[in-house]
Design a binder for this molecule. Sequence first.
Ligand code: NAP
Length: 257
Amino acid sequence: MKASIARLFDLAGRAALVTGGSSGIGRAIAGVLADAGAQVVIAARQRQRVEQAVRELVAEGGMAEAETVDVADRASIAALLRRLDDAGRTIDILVNSAGSNLRMPFEAIRDEDWDATLAANLTGPFLLTRALAPGMAARGWGRIVNVASQQAIRAFGASGAYGVSKGGLVSLTRSTAERWSRSGVTCNALMPGFVVTPLTAEASADPARVAAMAARTMIGRNGVPEDFRGAALLLASDAGAAITGQMLCVDGGFSAT
Ligand SMILES: NC(=O)c1ccc[n+]([C@@H]2O[C@H](COP(=O)([O-])OP(=O)(O)OC[C@H]3O[C@@H](n4cnc5c(N)ncnc54)[C@H](OP(=O)(O)O)[C@@H]3O)[C@@H](O)[C@H]2O)c1
């Protein structure tokens, strides 16, 4: 490979914060960012799982650190930001992958379900973006990648509060891009299809449902977390410098049928 191509995707000297980086799609993204040379901070609620992911990345030759955060909790986000600040850690790449998907019929959504969903999937990414984008802009380079959902653009499977939160996240992606892109900070949304992870464990337990979802794709299979490595690296690196405010579907053609 030519050095100029390697340079496009080289993240040496960059620091990334990946919320939800201990599992599923976030774990795969944390892995590719570390493989590309970034120093990766993984943050989620369960420290043990974060530390396990960090051990794996370090064993593979990457640079990674463990943090805890509940992105549905303003105080927890503020505390994380304070710790990063105290450690002198500047963040160049923010990946908002932490999310929750409470599935219930619309009429059964309780106030607390609505509030918890919006807090984790929309307000958390907003708070982190508002805190970190100005520093990226001041340094003239930044990348923000939000993990949204098909349910941002179509309703299916009790999309209730979840679809609304992801629709908001796509709008946040555009408003972030509109504010910061001229300063070298891009913001884009990854749009998964159906990906087998702990988040979808309930649906994955039904083979007929899994097969039906796979049949709706063009590639004939459901997603796996590793599918996000290439797309995330594109959006997080110099290769994606002119891509901003976009939704990138990594869904095997699910959304195109
Ligand atoms: N899997 C799919 O089919 C699919 C489809 C469309 C969109 N997505 C989106 O993709 C993202 C990742 O999902 P996934 O399938 O990879 O799920 P996953 O494997 O269950 O991983 C979720 C990650 O988020 C963390 N997390 C959850 N709630 C959190 C909170 N309040 N604060 C901090 N961390 C939190 C979890 O760790 P802790 O539990 O330790 O906090 C874990 O690291 C989500 O935003 C999801 O909505 C997934």
